[in-house]
Design a protein around this ligand. Structure first.
Ligand code: PMP
Length: 333
């Protein structure tokens, strides 16, 4: 028994109690959450708060428009708490995410990729429409739900302070709905307003400020960070500055994290590294010993086995890079 650490979790009621308190190793490794992503934090809080408010109860139907991870997280909560669940997912999102949702007993509705948010075919319009049709159904709405921010303000941010002994200088995080960067900013800046928050946004998305950063109309394949509208939960000024990143960098850095660090991350973790590299080029004074920079690695390679984890997929899209460090499988190997 002497070899068991006092931090080893004791017997818990169900798997949702293994959400949060993720490891920190230069980055918060959010794939250690029970459902495999940072979104488990918000799903747990949104479901539990709606239950406390008497809005939902077991047997009801939870509906959410998602880029996959929030869907998986809500589906996991639905499985352990006996809700029905419908997740609306655009065609852009990976088959792996759909398969996981199906295994969790969720109905998946796919919508066309790239349609504007006001279109009746957008994930949000379809979610609203289904909610009107289905009795006892409820949209948790991570785009506007304050529990999204609270999950990061009181969860991710407080853990980051604790795990760095309050010595964090910079945090780099991608933005999708924006809960992560905005909630982190609230939680960290109330402790120390000098902590620098850096938002990462793919070229082609419109979440960065100033607006001039968003002129590219590039298509991007990285999943989970991006939007063609600014979600209500995102405070664009909660980041001190924004960095735009490319798919090629994101996927190659993600592959490098797997290969060289053993970190089984998803593509947006590679975007965070691309953001960090650019940050250190722009602000060399941050690249000094004694500065603590924390990245957020939101999800795992599990979601992308047929995408950037696949050499052929990387080649087809012109992303595969062969560096001296051996990223990418060598021809003929
Ligand atoms: N990375 C991935 C893989 C995601 O699924 C998400 C959430 N869509 C994010 C990053 C960004 O998180 P947030 O919605 O809190 O901005």
């Amino acid at each position: 028994m002497g070899s068991v650490s006092p931090t080893c979790p004791l017997l818990r009621d169900n798997v949702s109690e293994h959400i949060g308190e993720t490891p920190l190793r230069c980055a918060k490794l959010e794939y250690f959450n029970a459902g495999g992503s940072v979104k488990d934090r918000i799903a747990k809080r949104m479901v539990e708060q709606a239950e406390r408010d008497g809005i939902i109860r077991s047997g009801d139907t939870l509906i959410e428009a998602s880029s996959g991870n929030t869907g998986i997280a809500i589906a996991l909560m639905a499985a352990v708490k006996r809700y029905k669940c419908i997740i609306i997912l655009s065609e852009k999102m990976s088959m792996e995410k759909e398969q996981i949702l199906c295994m969790l007993g969720t109905r998946v509705v796919r919508t066309p990729a790239g349609v504007p948010i006001e279109s009746p075919d957008s994930i949000i319009s379809v979610a609203k429409c289904l909610q009107k049709e289905i009795p006892n159904s409820y949209v948790l709405d991570r785009y506007g739900n304050p529990e999204n921010l609270a999950a990061h303000e009181f969860g991710t941010a407080e853990e980051t302070l604790y795990q760095t002994s309050n010595k964090v200088d910079v945090v780099v995080a991608g933005a999708g709905a924006g809960g992560t960067i905005t909630g982190l900013s609230r939680g960290l800046k109330k402790y120390d307003p000098n902590i620098i928050l850096v938002g990462v946004d793919p070229l082609g998305s419109v979440l960065a400020v100033p607006e001039t950063l968003n002129q590219s109309k590039a298509e991007y394949k990285v999943e989970g960070i991006d939007y063609d509208f600014v979600p209500g939960v995102l405070g664009q000024n909660s980041a001190d500055f924004w960095i735009k990143t490319t798919d090629k960098d994101a996927f190659n850095y993600a592959r490098q994290l797997v290969r060289e660090e053993g970190m089984l991350v998803g593509g947006s973790s590679g975007s965070a590294i691309a953001g960090l590299v650019r940050l250190l080029a722009l602000r060399p004074e941050l690249n000094t010993e004694g500065k603590t920079i924390v990245l957020i690695f939101p999800d795992s390679l599990r979601n992308y086995l047929t995408k950037f984890a696949d050499d052929e997929w990387m080649k087809t899209h012109g992303f595969l890079e062969l560096t001296e460090k051996g990223v990418g499988k060598l021809e003929g190997s």
